[in-house]
Design a protein around this ligand. Structure first.
Ligand code: MG
Length: 242
């Protein structure tokens, strides 16, 4: 009797599956069927117990500046951009993650378009989710709040004048092989005040390589917050590694 290579392979896999089932005698509904078993978490004021708290209102111990210490202002449990002091970034680097961050536009409305309430959250230090005062402030379509800056506009514009905005960001980093060639692009999902504004959006490249499919090969990177010269405020920042 002749067997093709593929049929032999299929039979081998089938026998393997049966023998595994016979060995373990587990059913898909058994908790042990999955490995690892999902952890049990609790929430403390909305913060999951496995989260790394990046800013809880007290200090900038989890952050550094472009050169040395992070120099932004901390007062009344709020972090505020100190214009001219530069970008700040986390001391720890991350790859795939869930990030929660709250932001508020400056009290005094000043400027227009990209010059009003501009900041940004750079994922892995490379890809900017835009922060901008979006209340009656027209700008280019992929430059508003919730956009993957200059690549993808948000699916909806969520307006919340004089209120705190909340971003929940789920990020999967691009993958590279051992020769530093791109295997899969990064993706990002963003909820803006609970509304999905980026839905598993593919990231084509770093923010400065506007829209070009040219991601760089890199390891884990920081969360960076942009100093664009505006008094944007932040609070309640936490991250979970995925
Ligand atoms: Mg920006």
């Amino acid at each position: 009797m002749n067997f093709s290579l593929s049929s032999v392979l299929a039979m081998t896999l089938l026998c393997g599956a049966f023998s595994l089932h016979a060995q373990t005698n587990m059913k898909p509904e058994d908790t042990e069927y999955y490995s690892p078993v999902p952890p049990t978490l609790t929430l403390n004021k909305g913060v999951p117990s496995d989260a790394i708290v990046l800013f809880d209102g007290k200090d900038l111990s989890q952050w550094k500046g472009e050169k040395g210490k992070a120099a932004w202002t901390v007062a009344n449990n709020i972090l505020e951009v100190k214009p001219g002091s530069g970008t700040i970034q986390t001391t720890e680097n991350f790859t795939d993650f869930q990030l929660h961050i709250e932001w508020k536009s400056p009290e005094v409305i000043k400027g227009e378009g990209q010059g009003r309430g501009n900041s940004g959250i750079f994922l892995q230090g490379l890809y900017e989710i835009q922060v901008l005062d979006n209340n009656n402030n027209p700008t280019y379509v992929n430059g508003g709040a919730g956009s993957l800056y200059k690549q993808r506009p948000p699916l909806a514009q969520v307006i919340a004048p004089d209120q705190w905005h909340v971003y929940d960001i789920i990020y999967k980093a691009p993958q590279f092989n051992k020769d530093s060639l791109l295997v899969s692009k990064g993706t990002v999902t963003v909820l803006h005040n609970g509304v999905v504004v980026q839905n598993n959006t593919q990231i084509d490249g770093t923010t400065e390589y506007i829209g070009l499919p040219k991601p760089l090969s890199h390891g884990p990177g920081p969360i960076m917050l942009q100093d664009h010269g505006d008094l944007v405020q932040f609070r309640n920042i936490w991250i979970r590694k995925l």
